[in-house]
Design a binder for this molecule. Sequence first.
Ligand code: PLP
Length: 407
Amino acid sequence: MARTNVNYEKLSTSYLFVDIARRKKAFEKDHPGVTILSLGIGDTTEPIPPSVIEGLTLGVRNLSNVATYKGYGDEQGDARLREAIARSYAQRGVSMDADEVFVSDGAKSDSANIQSIFAQESVVAVQDPAYPVYVDSNVIAGRTGAATGTTYDGIVYLPCNERNNFFPSLPAKKVDLIYLCSPNNPTGAVATKEQLSAFVRYARERRAVIIFDAAYSAFISDPALPRSIYEVDGAKECAIEINSFSKSSGFTGVRLAWSIVPKTLAAEDAAAGRLHAMWHRRQTTMFNGASRISQEGGLAALSERGIAENKAVTGYYMENARLIRECLVRKGLRVFGGVNAPYLWVKTPGAMGSWEFFDKMLSETHVVVTPGAGMGPSGEGYIRISAFGHRSAIEEAVRNIDAGLVL
Ligand SMILES: *Cc1c(COP(=O)(O)O)cnc(C)c1O
C-alpha cells in the first residue's frame, strides 16, 4: 500500500502568488477595462541580447548536423562552461577549480536539492523574509514541525529589519545550515564584506555550512560590495554558492544555473572533499545535465560581448528601479533596496499591514505589488516592488502612483 510523504501536509496551503492573482482577478472583474500593471513578479521581460542569441542558435545548429550532434553531456556541465564560470570568479580574485563548478538547470532546483546532502537532524536557519524555497524544501525533507501561523516549528528565523539594515545578526543558538541571499530577494539589501565575514567566522567556528544564493550578483554596481561569498577569506571552507543565468542573462525561460561546492568545504563529520564528492554523486545520480543549447547560450553570455550586452539589460532594469524609487520617495514613503538589486522594499504607511497596502495600491493605482508578509513574519508591514518590466509599464505605474496614491 503506497503512502504519501506526510511532510507535504505541513506546507502552508495558500501560495503567495496564487493569492495575489486571485485579488487581481477579483479587482479586474469589478473594474472592467482598467489596465493592471504588475510590479509584483520577479521575472525578466527584456529580450536576450544578440551575442547570447547567437550562442543559443549555435547550440541548436549543432544538433542539426551529424558531425556536430551530441547527446548526453557530463551531468556536471560542459567543461568549457565550467571553466568560463571559474574564470569569471578569478576576475574578482576568487580562485577555484573548474570541477568545483556544477552546472544545473536552475538555482531554484539547486537551492531546493542542496539540503539532501546534509543530516536529517540539521538545524536550519534562514533570513526572514526569504525566498520561500529554502524553507519549503526543508519542510518537505522533514526537518520541521507543523506551521504555526507564518512560521514552521524547528526553523530558526533570522529577522532582517530596519534596525539591522536588513542583514541578520548571528544566530543566538547553534545552527547547522544557514541560508543567505545577497543581493536579497525580497528586501534588495546587499551584504557588505564585513557582514559576510561575521557569518563565515561563525560557520567555521561551529562547523556549520552557509548556503549562499547570489542569483542577483550581476545587479551590484558598487565595487566595494562582494558579488560572491568567496571574496571573504575562509568561505571556501564553509560555504556553498548558488548562482544563475536567469536574472543576469534573461534565462528565466531558458534554464541555466550553477552551484559551487568547494573541495575544501568541510562539516562536523565531513573532511574536506566529502561534501564535494556527495554533491557530485547526487547530481550524477539524479540529474542528467543542463541542455546543450542553454549551455552554448551560457558560454556566449560569459564572453566579453555577452557580458557587455547583458550589462545594458541589467542597467535598464536598474533605471526602472530608480524611476520607481524616486516616485515612492516623492510620495513620502520609506524605500529600501533598489540600488544594487532589482527589488525595492517599501515600508507601508502608518501601521498598515502588507495585504492592506497591497489592496490600496491595487485600487488607487492599479499597480500589483508583493505583500512582504508572504515572504516571512518580518516582511509584515512591507511590500516588495520588482524593477523587472517594460519601461512603458514602469512609467505608467509611476504616473498612476504620483496621481492616485492617497497618503
Ligand atoms: C529568481 C531567483 C533565483 C533563480 O532561480 P532559477 O531557478 O535559476 O531561475 C534564485 N534565487 C532567488 C532568490 C531568486 O529570486
